[in-house]
Design a protein around this ligand. Structure first.
Ligand SMILES: O=P(O)(O)OC[C@H]1O[C@H](OP(=O)(O)OP(=O)(O)O)[C@H](O)[C@@H]1O
Ligand code: HPA
Ligand SMILES: [Mg+2]
Length: 179
């Protein structure tokens, strides 16, 4: 699997350092607030377990599963809600945990959904931000790394459902796409 990677963008150590930094900011900003942390599956699964361990606040954790890439490298433009939250977001301080903001469509969908359900506040923490991919305008409150306009995998991010278990974030070799 590692042989499919052209280059590593962020190593395990880089990710650990940025998770610690973001965890400190979130600990500070959410003191006394008891946020509802919403992990966006599947991509955000690894980032979520690491970041919540660095947040020294009382929090609730919930999961939502949405999909628009269907394993490929291009957004279909349509967001499918595969499984919804268990918790009610009404009057809650919601913190969305994402792996990447690319076109911004997934985030726009989620922010609109949670606002419609009367969340008190909706903030976003994403490991990666790809500003050049943007199609819709969205606000990202906490960002780990800004990535170049390339399709990246690892640490939760997939290509055709594979590579999520890589401990780092990297760029795939073009030969993998051409197969
Ligand atoms: O800003 P966008 O262009 O909307 O892209 C970002 C979203 O796309 C990916 O999800 P995907 O649809 O691949 O589902 P997955 O997390 O299950 O892989 C990623 O995990 C983000 O949720
Ligand atoms: O670059 C990406 N990699 C994996 N999944 C993604 N979903 C949006 N952008 C990406
Ligand atoms: Mg995906």
């Amino acid at each position: 699997m590692n042989n499919d990677i052209e280059r590593v963008l962020y190593s395990e150590e880089d990710i650990r350092a940025v998770v610690t930094k973001l965890g400190k900011q979130l600990t500070n900003d959410y003191q006394g607030k008891k946020p509802l942390v919403i992990s966006v599956l599947k991509g955000a699964c690894l980032f979520t377990v690491d970041i919540i361990k660095r947040m020294d606040v009382y929090l609730d954790l919930d999961f939502i599963n949405i999909s628009s890439y269907h394993g490929g490298t291009e957004s279909s433009g349509k967001i499918d809600l595969l499984s919804d939250l268990k918790e009610d977001v009404a009057d809650r301080d919601v913190l969305i945990i994402e792996d990447i903001i690319d076109t911004g469509r997934s985030l726009e969908y989620l922010v609109n959904l949670f606002k419609k359900r009367d969340a008190h506040d909706v903030k976003v923490c994403s490991l990666l931000d790809k500003p050049e991919g943007r199609v819709v305008d969205v606000n990202v409150d906490y960002v780990g790394f800004h990535v170049p306009n390339e399709f990246v995998v690892g640490y939760g991010l997939d290509y055709e459902e594979l590579y999520r278990n890589l401990p780092y974030v990297g760029v795939l070799k073009p030969t993998v796409y051409e197969k």
